[in-house]
Design a binder for this molecule. Sequence first.
Ligand SMILES: Cc1cc2nc3c(=O)[nH]c(=O)nc-3n(C[C@H](O)[C@H](O)[C@H](O)COP(=O)(O)OP(=O)(O)OC[C@H]3O[C@@H](n4cnc5c(N)ncnc54)[C@H](O)[C@@H]3O)c2cc1C
Length: 184
Amino acid sequence: MANDIQDRDEQATTAAAANTSQPLPKGVVLGKDGKPCRSCTAGADFAAWTSQAKTMTALSTGKPVPAVKKRRDCPPDVVALGRSSWTLLHSIAATYPEKPTPSEQSDVISFMKLFSKLYPCWVCAEDFQEYIERKQIKAGSRDEFGNWLCEAHNGVNKKLGKKTFDCSRWLERWRDGWKDGSCD
Ligand SMILES: Cc1cc2nc3c(=O)[nH]c(=O)nc-3n(C[C@H](O)[C@H](O)[C@H](O)COP(=O)(O)OP(=O)(O)OC[C@H]3O[C@@H](n4cnc5c(N)ncnc54)[C@H](O)[C@@H]3O)c2cc1C
């Protein structure tokens, strides 16, 4: 029952937002279904959209949308999704064999290609697929794959205007811990 009400509230909110001529707040990326895509958008920008949608609902129904206490266990935005995904990918590289068999090499290449197709932020996924086409995945050894991935991550860092990472230190960051002992 409570869920039904919540579902209907969400539908009303989404419908009200879709029916408005209000421009979307800056940074909100639409999904392929035409609705704002949470996993493609930074949390603050997505919150600006939900706030706008609630205002429109209140105006169209004449009833204020009740305030709800914010939770921490919410679906990921583009930042949380990215951070967790890089952690998984670099950790796979860190435990990839130094001398992989042909089958292990083919597995990791297939995994990366599928990952790039299934990545939940579609704009990120499309750019990453394009990167993989331009810069062939190198998986002949742990070092080769780790460096390829580090460069791929730096490609995204550059696109987002962030500092690039020194790839000579990827093993310290993702496998051994920093040389100064600060992770021991
Ligand atoms: C495949 C992919 C594509 C993405 N595309 C986009 C996009 O198009 N638009 C968008 O807004 N976001 C995108 N993201 C998310 C984005 O890359 C970041 O994850 C997000 O912005 C959070 O950044 P962050 O500063 O917390 O650090 P992150 O970039 O998530 O990095 C996490 C940690 O990895 C380490 N690190 C940083 N660079 C490297 C490197 N080159 N090699 C090894 N370790 C490194 C650092 O210690 C850093 O703290 C993408 C993520 C992935 C996995």
